[in-house]
Write a protein that binds this ligand. Sequence first.
Ligand code: FMN
Length: 169
Amino acid sequence: MDFYETIRRRRSIRAYKSDHVPTNALANIVEAARLAPSACNRQPWKLVAVTNAEMRKKLCAVCKQEFLGEAPVILLALGAAENSWKRACDDHHIVEIDLGIMMEHVVLAAAAEGLGTCWVCAYDVPAVNAAAGVSAPWSVLAMSPLGYASGEPTPLDRKPISEMFELWD
Ligand SMILES: Cc1cc2nc3c(=O)[nH]c(=O)nc-3n(C[C@H](O)[C@H](O)[C@H](O)COP(=O)(O)O)c2cc1C
C-alpha cells in the first residue's frame, strides 16, 4: 500500500475478529519498530507481543478496555527512561517521544499489513507493570491490540490545515 494511503486508512480499531495474525506480518511490524529513530539512537525500548490467552485476559482486566481482549495479540511498548537521552536544560528524559515514534511505526506497519491497532495509554501504569511482570527500569508506556478489524470505525474529523499548520517564511 502507498505510504500516504496507509496513513489515510489507519484508524483506531476497537472491535476485532479472533483470526490469527500471520507470522510474516508480525515480523514486518517488528522490523518497522526496530528501525524507528530515537534521540541519540539510544533505543530505550522493547516491543512485546502477547499471544498467551491468560496474560491477555489479565492485561485486559487491569486496563478495563474490553476491546483489548478481543484481538489475538496485545502489543506492549516497554520504555526505560534511564536508558533514554536526557535533555541538558531541564534533565528531562525523552523516553515517551522515542516510544511514541516506535509505536507509530508499529501502528502504520500494521495498517500496511491490513491489520488493526489502537493506541492504549489510559491505564494504571504500576498495575499493568505488575500484571505483566515488568519491573524497573522497564515500564509499559503504551499498549495496542493487534488483529483483523471486525467492522469499520465511525469517521472522525481532523482540524483543518488552516488551524494546525503555519508557514513562517
Ligand atoms: C497517545 C495515545 C493514547 C491513546 N489512548 C487510548 C486509550 O487508552 N483508549 C482508546 O480507546 N483509544 C486511545 N487512543 C486512540 C485515540 O482516541 C484515537 O487515535 C483518536 O481518537 C483518533 O482516532 P483514529 O485513531 O481512529 O484516527 C490513544 C491515542 C493516542 C495517540
